[in-house]
Design a protein around this ligand. Structure first.
Ligand SMILES: CSC[C@H]1O[C@H](OP(=O)(O)O)[C@H](O)[C@@H]1O
Length: 353
């Protein structure tokens, strides 16, 4: 526990290696794994050792550094030619979180700007660390902007994990919850367990308990009855890809919560950095939805609880239409009643690193 401070650093660069907390083993075990190759980081993203859109982007940025070291050692001044395949394999490790491609594109621009005869590792490491540091700063900014929308004594519901573990630290949705709680505005946080991977039960509940934020863990299917009680003021979630019109792809189950929120007059907040906005994606219908392994549905741990050959559907995300969202909170500002028109205000203010 000594390695984890209250903001929980899920990944870090140490002694020329990427070191990541194995989120598959939390909360019972805290195991840090070391990665020395881009391919191993791509596999770690695919297997959800590291997960969460911003954390995936940061891990990918560090993976590009690892790829550059190998390429320079193998190819010398023609190292750039050896970067195409590792970056392509990295890009396809998970299809929905656009932060992955955003980070690779950001690093590719730095690769393109480097002289062929310059050893790239130091420059690319600085670029990766800048992405990591900016993410934490942006999360603190979003925390403040989101907390401004919350009235004292609020009860909120969150789904999946959009906390320190899903980012470079502090969190997006949990960053707002952390900030609002520090301002005395949060009386209780309900946490959906978030089947099938249980990010809520295993990760969000763990983060909130470590920060002494009052939380109640519930089965996903309990959310409807909870909202019907009128106790909940806000549903606050993260995002994996936001379309140009404000449609939001997030963990499976988010869309159902948004429909319930509208029916029960509960406000819906999405918190995400502008790196999660895909301006080339005009609407949510164009967002690729990851289909994951059947075992995640048929098993919990080593225990199988479904018939062996039953057909399985395991989409990792769904899409919430913009009209069901009260506000999208980013590091450059808040868009209320998101739409293709109102989202444009973010485009003008998008920061660059
Ligand atoms: C701060 S983004 C977190 C976002 O990512 C999660 O998906 P996964 O755990 O599969 O990577 C979930 O959609 C969260 O909202």
């Amino acid at each position: 526990m000594s390695e984890l401070n209250s903001s929980i650093q899920p990944l870090r660069w140490q002694a020329g290696k990427l070191v990541m907390l194995d989120q598959r083993r939390l909360p019972l075990e805290q195991v840090w794994l070391e990665f020395e190759s881009c391919g191993d980081v791509a596999l770690a993203i695919r297997q959800m050792v590291v997960r969460g859109a911003p954390a995936i982007g940061i891990a990918a940025a560090y993976a590009v550094v690892l790829a550059s070291r190998y390429a320079w050692a193998k190819k010398g001044t023609i190292w750039k030619q050896a970067m195409t395949r590792p970056l392509r394999d990295l890009a396809v490790s998970r299809p929905t979180a656009v932060n992955l491609q955003w980070a690779i594109n950001h690093m590719q621009r730095r690769i393109d700007a480097l002289p062929n005869n310059q050893q790239p590792e130091a420059v690319l490491l600085d670029a990766a660390k800048a992405i990591h540091d900016a993410d934490i700063t942006d999360n603190k900014t979003m925390g403040r902007l989101g907390a401004e929308l919350i009235q004292p004594g609020s009860t909120v519901l969150t789904h999946c994990n959009a906390g320190a573990l899903a980012t470079g630290g502090f969190g997006t949705a949990l960053g707002v919850i952390r900030q609002a709680h520090s301002e005395g505005k949060i009386s209780r946080v309900y946490v959906d367990e978030t089947r099938p991977w249980l990010q809520g039960a295993r990760l969000t509940a763990w983060e909130l308990m470590r920060d002494h934020i009052p939380c109640v863990l519930q089965a996903d299917l309990a959310a409807a009855a909870l909202l019907a009680t009128g106790k909940v003021d806000w549903i606050i979630v993260g995002a994996d890809r936001i379309a140009a019109n404000g449609d939001v792809a997030n963990k499976i189950g988010t869309y159902g919560l948004a429909v319930l929120a509208q029916y029960h007059q509960v406000k819906m907040m999405v918190v995400a950095p502008t790196a999660t906005i895909d301006w080339q994606c005009e609407s949510g219908s164009r967002i690729p939805i990851e289909q994951r392994e059947r075992r995640e549905v048929t098993h919990i741990g080593q225990h199988r609880h479904a018939p062996y050959e039953v057909e399985i559907s395991n989409p990792a995300f769904d899409v919430t239409p913009a009209e069901l969202i009260t506000a999208i909170v980013t590091e450059t500002g808040v868009v209320k009643s998101p739409s293709a028109v109102t989202m444009q205000s973010l485009r003008e203010r998008r920061n660059t690193i």
